[in-house]
Design a protein around this ligand. Structure first.
Ligand code: COA
Length: 211
């Protein structure tokens, strides 16, 4: 995902929560425990505008509503939101998909992290780490072989985050984004795979990837 460097957060209401996590970090403690919520279709009217606003703030190339719906309609169970404990406003979000990847032989079940953003005011507290771990767990539970993503080579916070969680650089994608910046494709292998198939990681470009 191609990014710029600013963000804020939007305020909305919500009932249903899944888990909570204590947060404290180098920028000072958050005002309590964030709520981590799995996205579901009934939350669209309450949260889709805030999701778009949060992600768009950091994008050099904004996505259309159809890109969000493409992911959220089919893989809402792989999308998670971090919500402010007091007003349930959106603090962070991760959007993913999981599909067979036919250009590997045999085909792998490939998870894909399409979008990740945390409100600027709440960065450095482990919110993105918690969101990525939830997404990894959800995809692993659904038998994913691997999880991939692209991130801008200059996006140091994102590169550090993913590499700390075990993602490896599989390929450099030169001038991948419309702004001319290059990207790295990162991969997290969840299972042992055929060494011949592993060679494909350096070759394939088969995803529908929002840019
Ligand atoms: C990249 C991004 C999602 C990271 O979000 P974040 O919530 O700040 O990430 P985390 O807090 O989990 O991790 C950031 C750092 O805080 C540290 N940290 C996490 N929890 C902590 C805690 N409780 N106490 C102290 N430090 C902590 C982490 O170790 C990490 O340090 P690192 O730089 O050594 O990796 C955020 O910067 C962002 O939204 N950027 C714009 C959008 C973007 O680039 N998205 C990714 C596109 S692929």
């Amino acid at each position: 995902m191609a990014t710029t460097s600013t963000a804020g957060h939007a305020s909305i209401g919500l009932e249903k929560t899944t888990t909570t996590a204590a947060v404290a970090g180098p920028l000072g403690a958050l005002p309590g425990e964030l709520k981590y919520v799995q996205y579901e279709h009934s939350l669209e009217s309450a949260y889709l505008p805030a999701i778009r606003a949060l992600i768009s703030k950091d994008l050099s190339e904004p996505y259309s509503i159809y890109v969000y719906r493409y992911f959220l309609y089919q893989w809402g169970h792989l999308c998670f939101m971090a919500l402010h404990p007091e007003d349930s406003s959106l603090v962070g979000v991760i959007i993913c998909k999981l599909e067979p990847h036919a250009s590997h032989s045999p085909p792998t079940l490939r998870g894909y992290i399409a979008m990740l953003a945390v409100s600027a005011a709440y960065r450095g507290h482990g919110v993105a780490t918690a969101l990525v771990k939830k997404a990894i767990d959800a995809m692993a539970q659904r038998n994913a072989d691997e999880i991939v993503l692209e991130t801008e080579e200059t996006n140091v916070p994102a590169m550090r985050l993913y590499e700390r969680l075990g993602f490896l650089r599989s390929k450099k994608l030169h001038r991948y984004y419309l702004n001319g910046n290059s990207a790295y494709r990162l991969v997290l292998l969840l299972k042992r795979i055929d060494p011949d198939a592993a060679a494909d990681f350096a070759l394939d470009d088969g995803d529908i990837t929002p840019r």
